[in-house]
Design a binder for this molecule. Structure first.
Ligand code: ARG
Length: 466
């Protein structure tokens, strides 16, 4: 088969005629998989070295192919475009290698199939993507940590059912969005170990018929283990599904952070002001300051979830071994990774440039939010929680009916609600008092939050993010 023009195919000898243009169009994946090229080149170089051990190449042939692949990489790096007949990146690299290295190139595919090749290249790409995403999540965590450190003495309402519940340190709220990212990074690190399993040497499905040293290939390419079953190895895309799940969860966390910030940035809350560099205006309403990056983060969570669902649905009904449906794996994986690589820096920038309106946050801590503290006050005076809950409930209703804060009620109201109330009860209606009572580990008390900040710093610095 000639290498010039459209003639270079990795298959076709058994057919009398060429494929229909409609088949070629639907089969062609190079627009998606061209970005696998650095990994495909690397694994091909490792394969060439393995072919020496297997007795297929002599040293000189192997050197010629490895150097030829280096020149292919240079061409691809310089933007070499595929020709119409390049079905996928593996075909394109093989064609270019024939141009660069001549005859020895024709032996490179010995004992190898695109089935184990694409699984290997996709795993290598995924390993690199995991490391990039991990770095971006870490940068976002560092931004959150810096904000949390500055917010330790700011109080704000914490919400349940989106109703004001209890006062918390604003640092505690900020860190509540940092811990999910610690878990995401731990999940990413855990998934990484399962991605780093080498399929190469599995051939099309039954294993290579040439004694390629697979352990050496694995070490050469940075894999931690070799796949134990060739049928499983070529049809397994669990690693893509697993990474997509981790990314979906990460996307969901970014979405929830974004939702909090979008709410808190509204005039109704007024807790935060979005930085100029991360706000957009309206073409009609001059006063608008819109948090587009955060809204896109919320929206993108749905897209990554779609990628995960699409992949799981693709895999679910497949018979064992490689099936062409699996070509779709890269579309979902690349889409999710691309999306998060765009979003994570935008979310980090949005968080870094927030201004917190401390007075608004403190003013939102209305005295009714200290109702639990009042009940706890009575409990400390040996009243049962059930009885104190009822007494405080009556006070809350009295303030509500009078349309005043509980702090504005006369002491006689407290005394009437329960005889155990003493004059010092007003102190319990301060948000800062409420916080001070909560220095339990994991709570919002100032000492606990300071410890939490240190724990977060340690977690961020740990290589597995947790
Ligand atoms: N482009 C294919 C993919 O991405 C490569 C593997 C093709 N293998 C095959 N037997 N047709 O999955």
């Amino acid at each position: 088969m000639s290498d010039a023009g459209n003639g270079h195919k990795l298959w076709g000898g058994r057919f009398a005629g060429g494929p229909a243009p409609e088949l070629e169009a639907v089969n062609r994946s190079i627009t998606v998989d061209i970005r696998l090229w650095p990994h495909d080149v690397r694994l091909s170089q490792a394969w060439a070295r393995g072919l020496v051990t297997a007795g297929v190449y002599d040293r000189a042939e192997c050197d010629a192919v490895v150097a030829g692949l280096e020149r292919v990489a240079a061409r691809l790096g310089a933007g070499e475009q595929p020709i119409a007949a390049d079905e996928d990146i593996h075909t394109m690299i093989d064609r270019l290698l024939h141009l660069e290295a001549g005859t020895p190139a024709g032996r490179l595919h010995t004992g190898r199939s695109r089935n184990d090749q694409v699984a290997t290249a996709t795993r290598l790409w995924t390993l690199a993507a995991i490391d990039r995403i991990d770095g971006l999540v870490r940068r976002l965590q560092e931004t959150m940590l810096a904000q949390a450190e500055a917010l330790q003495d700011a109080v704000m309402p914490a919400y349940t059912h989106l109703q004001r519940a209890q006062p918390v340190s604003a640092a505690h709220w900020m860190l509540s969005h940092g811990w999910p990212l610690v878990r995401d990074r731990a999940r990413l690190a855990d998934a990484r170990r399962r991605v780093a399993v080498l399929p190469l040497g599995s051939g099309a499905i039954a294993g290579s018929a040439f004694p390629i040293p697979r352990e050496q290939l694995a070490a050469d390419l940075g894999f931690l283990a070799i796949s134990p079953n060739s049928i499983d190895a070529v049809g397994d895309r669990d690693f893509v599904a697993e990474v997509l799940f981790v990314l979906t969860t990460l996307g969901m966390h970014l979405s929830r952070l974004a939702e909090d910030l979008i709410l808190y940035g509204s005039s109704e809350f007024g807790f935060v002001r979005f930085g100029d560099a991360f706000s957009t205006g309206s073409s009609m309403m001059p006063q608008k300051r819109n948090p587009d990056a955060l809204e896109l983060a919320r929206g993108a969570g749905a897209r990554v979830l779609g990628d995960l669902v699409a992949l799981l649905a693709t895999i679910k009904g497949l018979p064992s071994g490689y099936n062409k449906d699996l070509q779709e794996d890269k579309r979902t994986l690349f889409d999710a990774v691309d999306g998060l690589e765009l979003l994570l820096p935008a979310v980090a920038g949005s968080v870094a440039t927030l201004t917190f309106q401390r007075e608004r946050m403190a003013a939102a801590c209305s005295s009714a939010m200290m109702a639990t503290d009042l009940a706890d006050y009575l409990v400390r005076k040996r009243v049962t929680f059930r009885e104190s809950h009822g007494a405080v409930g009556r006070l809350v209703r009295e303030a509500e009916e009078a349309g005043v804060e509980m702090t504005a009620l006369p002491f006689s109201s407290f005394a009437a609600a329960h005889p155990a109330f003493e004059e010092d009860v007003l102190e319990e209606l301060q948000a800062t008092t409420s916080l001070r009572h909560r220095d339990i580990a994991g709570g919002t008390g100032p000492v606990a939050v300071a410890a939490q900040i240190e724990a977060m710093r340690t977690a961020i610095a740990s290589p597995s993010g947790g």
